[in-house]
Design a protein around this ligand. Sequence first.
Ligand code: GLP
Length: 264
Amino acid sequence: MRFIIQENSEKVGRWTASYIAKAINRHNASSDRPFVLGLPTGSTPLPTYARLIEMCRRGEVSFRNVVTFNMDEYVGLPEDHPQSYHRFMWDNFFSHIDIRPENVNILNGNAPDPEAECEAYEQRMNELGGIDLFLGGVGNDGHIAFNEPFSSFRSRTRIKSLAWDTIVANSRFFDNNTDLVPRLALTVGVDTILDARELIILATGHSKADAVQRAVEGPLTHLHTITALQLHRHGILVCDDDAATEIKVSTYRYFKDREAPELL
Ligand code: GLP
């Protein structure tokens, strides 16, 4: 695992955007051979999206031949609901870059047959040769996408009921009213995420410190699905100083030395 510790969330965004842009540019994508990018919602990736938008405007990266797959979506929220992940992605990212709308894939939380929707989603990923790079965030309790505590490491895209902790955490976007937060979501599985050729998880702010400590130093456990990152061959965790406060000093020093700028 690589563990990158940056000073603040802004720098986490810059590091990550530059990594993603390099990966896209290296891929030499064409319409026949697109770069396949997995994406999260949440406040954590916003600085990364802002930086990628800036880079796209400056011509440093293009999304013309990038196909995206989002991690998850609430069940039952209309697509144009201000808190739907569809709306989030278009408002915060897709509307500002040169991506082709037909290359954007987001699970349909209003699909009449959610199981078939999830299967078709996995199939679309496979048809494109799998995900090249999956970017993710992490919940305060250490979940990735909506793979709540006790989600199997072998889980694939499916319907999932949200844990109470997640409902409470996400109620900040629903007038702080937990009754308004959907109880179900469609989400890629832990195994779907691990299948990606590269995986980057972002964590910023003190509320993520426990999850980061578990991800880096803790044992593998389905209680905190972030720990599955340890199983990935090219897993990268990028966090800010606030999110790194619970790790051991020796761990901090080890990764700070290993990721010294001259080694990047
Ligand atoms: C939700 C999403 C996750 C996201 C998490 C953290 O649970 N399903 O994909 O990582 O929130 O969000 P934030 O970045 O806002 O802390």
